[in-house]
Write a protein that binds this ligand. Structure first.
Ligand code: HEM
Length: 145
């Protein structure tokens, strides 16, 4: 008898468990609406945050240049894509990303020339371009990052 009850509960668990985990899986996909562009942006974000913290420090220029290289590569990849929220504005978005890239190039030159003050100013401009770009092309109800 006891064995039957045990077997019955095992069967019940086997039936319910997969549906529970399936529901969890669904919730994860719904919350995690990551795009290819979002992935490049995330990588750019990590590098840009660190860069801003150390850009004035000339002793860190070698490391800063590796961060700039990451930003440059991620921004270049972004410039080939379209924003998820406004895909019809792909061309305008790509033009803005290319402007952004040109600024990143200037920042790189300033750092290579040891002009950290100038580089810091350009980094502020990049921050402003980020704000503007997000206002224009990124869905407003997305969490601010
Ligand atoms: C330093 C510059 C920038 C940083 C650090 C940055 C960072 C980010 C981050 C963290 C996200 C969220 C990614 C996610 O969903 O996981 C994002 C999304 C986005 N960003 Fe940027 N961003 C920058 C510049 C720009 C510029 C210049 C534009 C437009 C010209 C732009 C357009 C967008 C768009 C459209 C999204 C939403 C993703 C999608 O549509 O698929 N970003 N960005």
């Amino acid at each position: 008898m006891k064995i039957r009850i045990l077997l019955l509960s095992l069967i019940c668990a086997a039936v319910t468990l997969p549906s529970v985990s399936a529901a969890e899986g669904k919730a994860k996909t719904a919350a995690n609406d990551e795009t290819e562009l979002g992935g490049h942006m995330d990588k750019m974000s990590g590098a840009f945050r660190k860069l801003k913290r150390q850009i004035a420090d000339a002793t860190k220029n070698a490391d800063s240049l590796t961060l700039v290289a990451t930003i440059k590569a991620e921004a270049a990849a972004s410039a080939k894509l379209a924003p998820a929220w406004k895909p019809e504005q792909k061309e305008k978005f790509q033009a803005k990303m290319n402007d952004f890239n040109a600024k990143v190039g200037k920042l790189e030159m300033a750092l290579k020339a040891g002009k950290n003050d100038e580089a810091a100013k350009i980094a502020d401009e990049l921050g402003a371009a980020q704000k503007e770009g997000h206002k224009e092309f990124k869905k407003p109800d997305e969490k601010k990052k």
